[in-house]
Design a protein around this ligand. Structure first.
Ligand SMILES: NC(=O)c1ccc[n+]([C@@H]2O[C@H](COP(=O)([O-])OP(=O)(O)OC[C@H]3O[C@@H](n4cnc5c(N)ncnc54)[C@H](O)[C@@H]3O)[C@@H](O)[C@H]2O)c1
Length: 671
């Protein structure tokens, strides 16, 4: 298709003539049929709601079609309105726009819907099964037209994918404000999502799906590498690192697939069990896992060889994780690091495959005998924990990987609690990400080169490395390890070949790193060295972006881990300090109703205005969370917020006075 046709289609919005009817493309992955939750009256409402996007003369044709979609898929996706042109992160100059900022947002949004990247592209789902960019194709078409037409004196308002419209604003305001899944708190159970989404009035945006900030698997590889590296540091006696040490886990799926690659980058022997043969083959063909084994004895022999040679290698066990753990005990294999990344946030519908059943038997049982299946899952979890406990008693460091493993094992009656009722094992945020990264302001900073040229990305890598090397020379000892890790990551980023879709890079950095890197990019754009604007952003899974009591804020111990002031404050604060777009979501990672998370996008165009905005906004975007973590008495955060106040006298944060535990305990002593 010619470029002009692509641009014409964007500017067309809802077509004046009905496109031919369309069915889902059988060659693509599709969202599962959603549960039929609407009453007959609510079904009428859902169809009436969907018809709001179209001229009345089309209603007699579209109404029965939408009714059929609702019956067949549980949702009205409006398949016939899918655009003819390919959706992907083309060069910014290909998009039609009046505002460069809005053009860059089109590019980011298109990357999230690219059929080569999105999980269920025709249902507008980017990742995580239900992480949506829009609810239907009418929303996509109207939004992209608004973006093409808007100026820097307007703001586009999106309510859960619905383009409410363009409202007059000003040049320093965000071009787009996104809210996803915002509901009255008492209406935030999973079935509320099913109902509101089926009605076409709300959606689950995950973290980077509905905020247009998804950059494919690269994001998760970096976070996983940092987690494994730091887990290794928790167990090392000297400075020996992870060479010859074993990291064992399960899952080679969407996020869990990063474990094998992360383990190798961290220098360990990664052994990951995956029950689904198709998933194992996919990860192997992508080069994410080195070797596949379906025989446990052969695998054990290979592990021994790798240990002896201190090889950094990833080995997939095609089978059940429980069998793998039990084999390690039988063979007396010492495991240094262990975790689990089955999808236990969804235990009864395919997230966890119980031991003793084949993959096919499980699929059959979960659909036809759900109660029996539930009992099998719970029995399997008990076996798994028994094995993990034995290996932990021998010295293995085990951590929960944000997948609700401890929660579901506890519910299954597994031996997972200490005497005080707390879990025997910590989560990766409690032990690793929180105290080692978030409390110091290190988080998943990222950028995208809108020229879509790899050479621009190479240059940004180089600039970022130089900036970090400069900062590292004066960094305090508290963060020198993080600095070294990040310099290593960025220096190897290109050869690790992780770009899929937009020319994007992730780099964990603190406030100083993020700000100095962004300023250096802006200057390089101004000097014509980088050939187009650069978009800055981050995962919502960050220092300040997310309130999630069992994940991002699980290392907050003052009782405030169930509050969501930080995420809300963050997005409001970003919006008036220069963000190009902001987003705030209910749900993301751990589920609807379980988390509030927000983020931003910022376009650097080489201007002085961009310099001003980046300095002001990034400072808030990191220090908000550090201040809150410090107020919760987290040591690293107290260190960091005091340091931030020294470097910027305009920052004045309320810091806690730490009460003496003896004094408090004495009040309740019965002696
Ligand atoms: N990587 C991260 O940083 C991160 C962060 C937070 C949460 N998570 C959580 O991790 C979980 C996994 O995410 P995902 O996107 O990879 O999900 P996914 O469903 O794509 O992958 C999980 C894989 O585990 C496999 N599996 C299930 N039971 C098994 C068993 N008993 N033995 C062996 N394999 C088994 C499945 O076949 C599947 O391929 C989710 O709950 C997610 O929320 C990951």
């Amino acid at each position: 298709m010619e470029l002009t046709d692509f641009q014409k289609e964007i500017l067309e919005g809802i077509p004046s003539q009905l496109p031919p009817p369309a069915k889902p493309d059988p060659n693509l992955s599709h969202a599962p049929k959603r549960k039929g939750i609407l009453s007959p009256e609510e079904k009428k409402l859902a169809i009436k709601n969907a018809l709001r996007y179209f001229d009345k003369k089309f209603h007699p044709t579209l109404a029965p079609e939408f009714k059929q979609e609702l019956e067949d898929f549980g949702r009205v996706y409006m398949y016939r309105f899918r655009p003819k042109s390919k959706i992907n992160a083309r060069s910014l100059s290909d998009f039609p726009y009046k505002s460069v900022q809005a053009g860059a947002i089109m590019l980011m949004l298109s990357n999230n819907l690219d059929a080569a990247i999105a999980q269920h592209p025709q249902e507008l789902i980017t990742y995580g099964g239900n992480g949506a960019v829009f609810q239907n194709w009418a929303q996509y078409r109207i939004t992209i037209k608004y973006l093409a037409e808007m100026t820097d004196r307007q703001t586009l308002v999106l309510y859960s994918g619905h383009p409410m419209g363009l409202f007059p604003s000003h040049e320093d305001a965000p071009r787009v404000v996104v809210t996803n899944g915002m509901v009255i708190p008492n209406y935030s159970k999973p079935d509320h999502w099913e109902k509101f989404n089926a009605l076409g009035v709300s959606q689950y945006g995950q973290m980077t799906a509905g905020s247009f900030m998804y950059i494919g698997p690269q994001g998760i590889v970096h976070g996983t590498t940092i987690t494994i590296l730091n887990a290794g540091r928790k167990i090392q006696k000297g400075k020996e690192g992870l060479a010859g040490k074993l990291f064992v886990s399960s899952g080679l799926g969407g996020m869990s697939g990063a474990q094998a690659k992360g383990a190798v980058i961290a220098g360990a022997i990664g052994v990951v069990a995956e029950i689904n043969p198709a998933v194992v083959q996919k990860r192997h063909s992508q080069g994410w896992v080195d070797e596949i084994y379906d025989d446990l004895q052969t695998l054990i022999d290979r592990i021994k060889k790798a240990r002896k040679a201190k090889e950094a290698v990833s080995l997939a066990y095609q089978g059940n994780i429980v069998d793998l753990w039990e084999k390690f005990i039988e063979e007396d294999v010492f495991v240094e690091l262990g975790s689990d990344q089955t999808s236990l946030h969804n235990p009864w519908a395919g997230g966890y495959y119980p031991a003793g059943l084949s993959f096919e038997e499980s699929n059959e049982m979960m659909a036809n005998k759900p109660d029996d299946f539930q009992a099998k899952v719970q029995g399997s979890l008990k076996r798994q924990v028994t094995a993990i406990n034995k290996l932990a008693a021998a010295g293995m460091y085990f951590f929960d990987y944000g997948n609700a493993f401890l929660l579901e094992a506890g519910r299954a009656g597994a031996d997972i609690f200490k005497e005080d009722g707390k879990f025997k094992y910590a989560s990766y945020v409690q032990d690793i990400m929180g105290p080692m990264c978030f409390d110091y302001g290190f988080g998943p900073f990222r950028w995208v080169c809108t020229s879509s040229k790899p050479e621009d990305l190479d240059l940004t890598d180089h600039i970022a490395m130089e900036v970090l090397e400069g900062i590292a020379t004066t960094a305090p000892k508290e963060i020198s390890q993080q600095m070294r890790d990040n310099i290593k990551w960025i220096s190897e980023a290109k050869e690790n070949k992780m770009v899929v879709g937009s020319q994007a890079r992730i780099l964990y950095a603190d406030c100083e790193g993020r700000t100095k890197i962004a300023a250096a990019f802006n200057k390089a754009i101004r000097d014509g060295k980088i050939s187009g604007p650069v978009v800055l952003g981050r995962d919502h899974h960050d220092v300040s972006g997310t309130d999630s009591p069992y994940r991002e804020t699980s290392n907050i111990y003052d009782g405030s881990q169930f509050t969501a002031d930080m995420a809300i404050q963050n997005v409001i604060g970003d919006s008036f300090r220069g963000a190009t777009w902001v987003s705030i979501h209910n749900g993301g990672g751990v589920g609807w109703g379980e988390v509030i998370n927000g983020g931003f996008g910022m376009v650097l165009d080489g201007s002085k205005d961009a310099d001003r905005r980046l300095t002001m906004m990034l400072h808030w975007d990191v220090n908000n969370g550090i201040a809150r973590r410090g107020w919760a008495r987290n040591e690293g955060a107290l260190f960091s917020i005091k340091r931030a106040m020294e470097t910027n006298p305009e920052l004045k944060v309320t810091v806690p006075n730490i009460a003496d535990d003896e004094l408090i305990n004495g009040l309740f002593s019965t002696k």
